[in-house]
Design a protein around this ligand. Structure first.
Ligand code: PEP
Ligand code: MG
Length: 574
């Protein structure tokens, strides 16, 4: 038995038989012929038909991902198509072919340069290098015939792996991952990759145990060996003993359908975050008590114009009927920052995270989109399941923003009344994602029905650490005492008022933090569906009084390591 360390990505364990996926082995280029012997027209035609085949394969991958995983994750294939049809890249490849370079070499050269450029960047931009590699390899497979001309499909059929496969790879692309059958694949381990790469996000949505960034040591694992992937601890165990195997084979925790409360009877709602319709049924199956965050921006990506009022109404009513007895919190459009939408023509800003995003856009340059969205939401609130609807505003920093947003809702309600259209005004709330909102939580709660803390952004703004920049990942830390005090400030401001307070940032889905969050006073926790059963289980073990004193101890800490001590946690990635 030997153990390799990596970064846990999907917090699940699985055990199975190792199988390497090495698509690059099939992409060796033939020697370069002399330029004068290259038939330029033939090579140009080959390049064009390879692009057609890859485009078709990408669209298939997009549709499959949208169906199996969700629109949010499927949107990445639009980016792939963007690289495939990037006019500068096409121009450069065609120019190289005209100079006597065969199509495969021209593609490998030009994409090689682009990959190197992205690899030199930080954070999420560096992760785009994976997407470029994916497009390059698909083109090369189509050109070199390694796929039998099928549009750049992988040589190993990832969709048809035998049951109990643990897939090992240098890296997986998002399309590779979306192809996997979650019932057949017991786990994934990769040499490279980070927790926030698109491939890791897709694996998490499919609930496939995954450990990424294991490093070159993973090469020492041979095909056919028995391997355990522990996505919780970030470990890959080769030839695990029987006890470990038995523990890993245990099915993930069973869904708890009922609502849960602490030992001493405090109820805590455990809801889920969704980005689109495909995620509704799996979330309900995992026992989510409702939707704590519907990220509507994913209705806006992956298309050429904004969704119509009716399309938005359909999406929201689908969520309401999937959770007909529960609350469904829909967040109004939150674009900007790291969520660009090409057709919205967002300003090019030096610091987009400190620029025009969230409610700022909705109250100003995107007032028209805001109005359309509010019309759809107010109509949805009047449907059979509509009384569960709640609407929240993103990236609030000023009381006036809330007042203006509420006034917009009232104005839209008046318009609908004068048009004779059925509607109702849902519960209204704001996200607490900025220090300003945490400091003003009392004033916000006075004007609204609820607040929901987005720790992904809150940690970034409290700690001055870009959430997508690996170089400051350890600063982007929700367990830093300053962030904990911002959480406390928020929950304390809501206590004793009629408003409720939830959390929908990633922190909410970590069962090791459930006691702390209950102790801080959160009424609702919302997370990716995969961790809903664990968090529900954990809530049932918590004693609310003990949790409060644990939270008080954590709030008295001055450093992260003191907080970890109080929580009894080993050091862990921020
Ligand atoms: C957050 O900021 O924590 C949040 C939930 O919103 P998003 O991740 O969509 O920015
Ligand atoms: Mg946010």
């Amino acid at each position: 038995m030997r153990t390799l360390d990596g970064v846990g990505s999907t917090p699940r364990s699985g055990v199975g038989t190792a199988r390497w996926y090495r698509p690059e082995a099939d992409l060796t280029l033939p020697d370069r012929p002399a330029p004068e012997s290259v038939d330029v027209d033939t090579e140009l035609a080959r390049y064009e038909s390879a692009r057609d085949a890859v485009r078709e394969a990408l669209r298939e991958a997009r549709d499959r991902t949208a169906e199996r995983v969700g629109e949010e994750e499927a949107a990445v294939f639009e980016a792939h198509e963007g690289f495939l049809d990037d006019p500068t890249i096409i121009e450069d490849v065609e120019a190289a072919i005209r100079d006597g370079t065969p199509a495969p070499h021209a593609v490998a050269d030009r994409f090689g340069e682009a990959v190197a450029q992205f690899e030199g960047m930080e954070g999420r931009m560096a992760e785009r290098a994976d997407d470029l590699r994916d497009v390059r390899d698909r083109l090369l497979r189509a050109l070199l015939g390694a796929d039998g001309g099928e549009g750049g499909q992988a040589v190993t059929d990832l969709a048809a792996l035998p049951d109990g496969t643990v897939l090992l790879a240098e890296r997986l692309t998002p399309s590779d991952t979306a192809t996997l059958d979650p019932d057949a694949v017991a786990g994934i381990a990769t040499i490279e990759g980070g927790r926030t790469s698109h491939a890791a996000i897709i694996a998490r949505s499919l609930a496939i145990p995954a450990v990424v960034g294991v490093g070159a040591e993973l090469d020492s694992v041979a095909d056919g060996e028995t391997v355990l992937v522990d996505g919780e601890a970030g470990k890959v165990v080769v030839d695990p003993d029987e006890d470990l195997r038995a523990a890993a084979r245990e099915a993930g925790p069973e869904a708890i359908r009922d609502r849960v409360e602490t030992i001493d009877g405090r109820s805590v709602e455990v809801a889920t975050n969704v980005g689109g319709e495909a995620e509704l049924a799996p979330a309900a199956e995992r026992g989510a008590d409702g939707i704590g965050l519907f990220r509507t921006e994913f209705l806006f990506v992956d298309r050429e114009a904004p969704p119509t009022e009716d399309e938005q109404y359909e999406a929201v009513t689908a969520a309401l009927s999937a959770f007909s007895d529960d609350r469904v919190v829909v967040r109004t459009l939150d674009v900007g920052g790291d969520k660009p939408v090409p057709y919205l023509d967002l300003p090019d800003e030096p610091n987009p995270f400190l620029g025009r995003r969230g409610i700022r856009l909705s109250l100003d340059e995107h007032a028209d989109l805001f109005e359309t969205q509010l019309r759809a939401l107010l109509r949805a609130a009047a449907t059979e399941d509509g009384d569960g609807l709640a609407v929240m505003f993103p990236l609030v920093t000023r009381v006036e923003e809330v007042e203006r947003a509420v006034a917009r809702v009232e104005a839209v309600a008046d318009d609908l009344t004068s048009e004779g259209v059925d509607h109702a005004v849902p519960e209204l709330g704001a996200m607490v994602e900025t220090p300003a909102a945490a400091f003003l939580a009392d004033a916000l709660a006075e004007r609204l029905d609820f607040l929901s803390v987005g720790t992904n952004d809150l940690a970034q703004y409290v700690m001055a650490a870009d959430r997508g920049n690996d170089a400051v990942a350890d600063y982007h830390d929700p367990l830093h005492p300053a962030v904990l005090r911002a959480l406390d400030r928020t929950t304390a401001a809501v206590e004793g008022t009629d408003a409720w307070v939830g959390m929908c940032g990633e922190m909410a889905g970590d069962p090791a933090l459930t006691e702390l969050l209950v102790g801080l006073g959160f009424d609702e926790l919302s997370m990716s569906a995969v961790t809903v059963p664990d968090v529900k289980r954990r809530v049932r073990e918590v004693d609310a009084d003990a949790a409060r004193s644990l939270a008080a101890d954590a709030l008295a800490c001055e450093t992260r390591s003191e907080v970890l001590d109080v929580l009894g946690l080993d050091d862990r990635a921020a």
